[in-house]
Design a protein around this ligand. Structure first.
Ligand SMILES: NC(=O)c1ccc[n+]([C@@H]2O[C@H](COP(=O)([O-])OP(=O)(O)OC[C@H]3O[C@@H](n4cnc5c(N)ncnc54)[C@H](OP(=O)(O)O)[C@@H]3O)[C@@H](O)[C@H]2O)c1
Length: 326
């Protein structure tokens, strides 16, 4: 049997509950993974509350787009993996059916990669979504190069911290944005070359100050909403803004005519492509080996406390990733 977190109606964290159900057999080309830990992501909260752009069929919806565990069974014709291999899950686009909030899940074998050597279970559970999103948006989409000044919003969060580490690994210059001056020291310690606290300074003026007046080359906008207008002004002529997050629920005004390239980003456009996943994994393995990439963990919960784990993220008090260990 497998213990699985499900919800039957949209609502607050309390709609989630743990049920026991038979362990599914992997189909051809699939693998069954015994999950050891998973991370909680903002998308999970949106799916649970009914505010996600993804359709979530009810009742009995599952959750979870990332996690780590060991290969538990191989479906017919599944090659390249052995029972017992430690893996991380790289894409679960059908999370409401196969989500990682469970003791077991089945998925195509192409959607797992080897667990990076040097990461413990907790860190491995929290590494992929943040790093693949930051890498995909900055490197694959915006073409980030050494020396680029990169303005990173929501820098205190999982994706933002990953973005700062990736920028540093490449030789770019990460400029972190936070709403709170009190977070400045922590962000500098986490790798920011400079921090813009919007409760203290104007983001446009500060970005120009940190770039000798020219503006940043790339903006990673994880917040969107009305604040995007200022971020566009903080970038240089010919720069790029990648809109990859939705932390501000308010509408995002259409950009006025601008010299910038503005692109939206969803990591599934890369994480379902094995060729890009290979590049992402190679970058991740190298970064972990060199000590340049390491997720910050906020707090670890037990499976029975998954409601509390969601509350932690919802309260916005977390610094780094919230993880549930099974
Ligand atoms: N495109 C994709 O494929 C993809 C993949 C993964 C995640 N995402 C999205 O990326 C965003 C960030 O994800 P994450 O996991 O890094 O989130 P997270 O860890 O929950 O980020 C938390 C940080 O975001 C900042 N923040 C929260 N609400 C904000 C608001 N209304 N305005 C400005 N800043 C706010 C806060 O920093 P301060 O208090 O310091 O300001 C907070 O510490 C989410 O919207 C998520 O859905 C997208």
């Amino acid at each position: 049997m497998s213990r699985v977190v499900v919800f039957d109606e949209f609502g607050g964290p309390e709609v989630m509950h743990v049920v026991e159900e038979p362990v599914a057999e992997p189909a051809a080309g699939e693998v069954r993974v015994r999950i050891e830990a998973f991370a909680v992501n903002p998308l999970d909260l949106m799916m649970r509350s009914g505010t996600s752009p993804v359709t979530v069929p009810l009742p009995h919806a599952r959750l979870g787009v990332e996690g780590t565990g060991v290969v538990d069974a191989l479906g017919p014709e599944t090659t390249g993996l052995e029972i017992g291999d430690p893996v991380i899950l790289t894409a679960i686009p059908d999370a409401s059916a196969r989500g990682s909030y469970a003791e077991y899940t089945t998925l195509p074998a192409s959607r797992v990669i080897a667990r990076p050597a040097g990461l413990g279970i907790t860190e491995a559970a929290a590494v992929w979504v943040a790093y693949s999103t930051a890498y995909g948006a900055l490197v694959e989409k915006a073409g980030m190069r050494p020396g680029d000044h990169v303005l990173i919003t929501a820098a205190s969060g999982g994706v933002g911290r990953a973005a700062m580490q990736i920028a540093n690994q490449i030789g770019a210059v990460p400029i972190a944005v936070t709403r709170h001056t009190t977070k400045k020291a922590g962000l500098l310690a986490a790798g920011a070359a400079a921090v813009i606290a919007t409760d203290d300074v104007d983001v446009v003026e500060a970005a120009r100050h940190h770039t000798g007046g020219t503006g940043v080359d790339i903006v990673l906008d994880l917040v969107t909403g009305p604040g995007q207008q200022d971020l566009l002004k903080a970038a240089r002529t010919g720069g790029t803004l990648v809109a990859a997050g939705f932390l501000d629920p308010r509408p995002t005004p259409s950009p006025e005519s601008t010299s910038l390239t503005i692109v939206g980003y969803r990591s599934f456009e890369h994480t379902l492509d094995p060729v890009v996943v290979k590049r992402m994994a190679a970058f991740l393995y190298a970064g972990v080996r060199l000590g340049a990439l390491r997720p910050a963990i906020d707090k670890v919960f037990a499976l029975d406390d998954v409601v509390e784990a969601h509350r932690r993220l919802e309260e916005g008090l977390h610094a780094g990733k919230v993880v549930v260990k099974i």
